[in-house]
Design a protein around this ligand. Structure first.
Ligand code: HEC
Length: 248
């Protein structure tokens, strides 16, 4: 038994060295037009699914039937997601066809059975897949809006989809603004004044913020659902319970 263990350990060391050496000499093809080997694919899918499952299990899901929330989600989805995830009645796009892994067609899968996981994925993104971490620019309530909308999406035809988008206030507080700002207590003002990683476009963004601030004042913002966990002014709690100060 002891001997078998030793042999196994030695074999894994040799295999590890072989994989490392192969990678060093460029044998791994990172091209997005070259699919993973089945074993690598199976491993990565397992790691992805388990990672999301573990991190999203304590997320509290707000009321996703709220119509204002669904409408707000429609506007944001239409502005930021359809290039990769499509909309009812639209054809495949270059992005949807050429990314690897391919972005799922969300008009078919919706939230894929689990709103908490969908929220986690939208907020944090998925490394090395092309799925962005929208939480870098959007507050939780807006992400929940998209989850609420995604839950309805598979039932919508092209016309219903367009009507819902038209009824929304369009693109709210999302779409990759890099400036984080004081908004519903989600982000601290120090970040907006921050160290300037977004200097080049800061002015435009701030102009956008003013416009947004006025929608919110006029009560068109989605009703604030319970976020993932109520953050204090500048801290931000992750599903795994870790809190950190949001550094933008
Ligand atoms: C640049 C392309 C791109 C954009 C833009 C994009 N996504 Fe994705 N998204 C992906 C890819 C690729 C995946 C698959 C990742 C994987 O296989 O793990 C994905 C996965 C997802 C999933 C998980 C689906 C499932 O069934 O597993 C959700 C939910 C999602 N995206 C929502 C969104 C939303 C909402 C937006 C807009 C705010 C958005 N995405 C914008 C590329 C994109």
């Amino acid at each position: 038994m002891k001997r078998t263990m030793k042999t196994l350990a030695a074999a894994s060391v040799v295999a590890g060295i072989a994989v490392g050496t192969g990678a060093y000499f460029g044998l791994v093809n990172v091209g997005a037009d070259d699919p993973h080997l089945p074993a690598v694919h199976a491993f990565l899918s397992m790691a992805r699914d388990r990672s999301i499952e573990v991190r999203s299990r304590d997320i509290q899901v707000p009321n996703l039937e709220d119509e204002a929330l669904i409408r707000a989600g429609a506007g944001n989805y239409n502005s930021m997601c359809i290039g990769c995830h499509l909309a009812p009645g639209t054809a495949e796009t270059e992005l949807s066809q050429s990314l690897y892994p391919a972005p799922p067609n969300l008009t078919e899968v919706g939230v894929d059975g689990n709103p908490a996981s969908a929220f986690w994925i939208i907020k944090h993104g998925i490394k090395a897949t092309g799925m962005p971490a929208w939480g870098k620019s959007m507050g939780d309530p807006y992400i929940w809006g998209m989850v609420a909308f995604l839950q309805q999406l598979p039932e919508l035809d092209a016309e219903q989809y367009q009507n819902l988008v038209a009824a929304s206030s369009g693109h709210q507080h999302g779409g990759g603004e890099t400036s984080m700002h004081n908004h519903e207590g989600q982000h601290g003002s120090a970040e907006a004044a921050g160290t300037g990683h977004h200097d080049a476009t800061a002015e435009d963004h701030h102009a956008g913020e003013m416009a947004e601030a006025s929608h919110h004042d006029s009560g068109q913002a989605p009703e604030e659902p319970e976020p993932e966990s109520k953050p204090a002014a500048k801290t931000h709690a992750h599903a795994d319970g870790k809190e950190h100060v949001h550094a933008g």
